[in-house]
Design a protein around this ligand. Structure first.
Ligand SMILES: [Zn+2]
Ligand SMILES: [Zn+2]
Length: 344
């Protein structure tokens, strides 16, 4: 771990701090693919010898979750300051915020404390961090619907496995890279990967595939899908059934996804199974986002069911049918969506 000596380096940091505010900043950091603005800001601060908590003052901001708040809204004066001192264009800065292409309703709330079952503001993939030349946090790790890493397929974490603390780099007072836990110093790159079943991973990817802001905004069933995603704990049933998806930890949301997609609920050797299998080839191609948004919204609902499976009323039994179709879908043009499949 790179740390500054707790005594003399304080003077060093202050001198470098003056350099930063008096002239162009020395450390210029290029944004990484899908990097979250706060992640880039923390790396920028570190590259210039300023701890993240002190860097808030460089930007004229109050302490607390200052960088996480900038992810949601980047004021023009802060953007001007950053652009002038780093050479990073305004559109590059805006691209790191959460103001576009992700449904805001599905973002995890800005919370960095609470009981173990509750959500925190940011998740991470330890394998991604371990493979990064400069470890950074991705924008999509802010989504409550995201449980696994697209790159590695492994389940995300939202807490340090050593102290169970949340990601709180904005509050880091030491000159330490952001992949070390602020509370205990644990290297998050070493965090073990929690288990995630293949079916829950398929559900995760299916949702991620169709839940861009653009897709949900243009699909007539987009708002319904958003509402039903937020109500996934209710559809899953069990301990978290009265909670909103965004209020739950990654572990609790995984519990819901596992219940909705568990293989034991897949139909086997009965008439419904045979009818469902016959319909799989009728499901539209994944390029037809509007049709899939409609399918997902209905599968997560409480009414209706697949044709020939009238007794399959519970959402937890409809999702596996859809995931079966999703997993078996062959590329290429699909068929028209049968009206039975879009029944509400
Ligand atoms: Zn990863
Ligand atoms: Zn920790």
């Amino acid at each position: 771990m790179t740390t500054v000596d707790p005594h003399a380096p304080v003077i060093s940091i202050r001198e470098r701090y003056r350099d930063m505010v008096s002239d162009r900043w020395l450390g210029i950091i290029a944004p990484q693919p899908d990097e979250l603005l706060s992640s880039w800001l923390h790396r920028l601060a570190y590259a210039n010898g300023v701890a993240p908590r002190a860097f808030a003052r460089v930007l004229g901001l109050n302490p607390g979750m200052w960088s996480a708040a900038l992810d949601l809204r980047l004021p023009a004066d802060v953007a001007n300051l950053l652009s002038a001192n780093t050479g990073i264009a305004h559109n590059q800065l805006a691209a790191m915020t959460l103001s576009h292409d992700l449904p805001r309703e599905l973002l995890l709330p800005l919370r960095n404390n609470g009981p173990q079952w509750s959500s925190t503001w940011l998740q991470f993939c330890s394998r991604c961090l371990a493979e990064d030349a400069q470890p950074y946090f991705r924008r999509r790790w802010r989504l409550a619907t995201r449980l696994s890493c697209i790159e590695h397929g492994c389940r995300l974490r939202d807490r340090c496995p050593s102290c169970l603390g949340c990601i709180a780099v904005f509050d880091q007072a030491e000159l330490v890279p952001q992949h070390y836990c602020v509370a205990c110093g644990y290297d998050l790159r070493r965090a073990p990967v929690p288990y995630l079943s293949p079916t829950a991973r398929t559900l995760d990817r299916c949702i991620d595939n169709f839940c861009s802001l653009e897709a949900t905004a243009h699909a007539s069933f987009g708002p319904l899908l958003i509402r039903r995603l937020l109500s996934m704990p209710s559809a899953a049933g069990g301990y978290y059934s009265t909670m909103m998806l965004t209020s739950l930890s990654t572990s609790a949301r995984t519990y819901c996804a596992e219940h909705l997609s568990r293989p034991s609920e897949w139909p086997v050797d009965d008439e419904n199974d045979r009818k469902a299998r016959r319909l799989w080839h009728l499901v539209p191609p994944t390029s037809d986002h509007c049709a899939w948004i409609e399918l997902l919204a209905n599968a997560l609902g409480r009414k209706g069911g697949l044709p020939g499976a009238s007794e399959v009323k519970k959402p937890g039994k409809k999702i596996p049918y859809l995931l079966g179709a999703y997993a078996r879908m062959s590329p290429g043009p699909g068929c028209r969506l049968p009206p039975e499949l879009i029944e509400t």
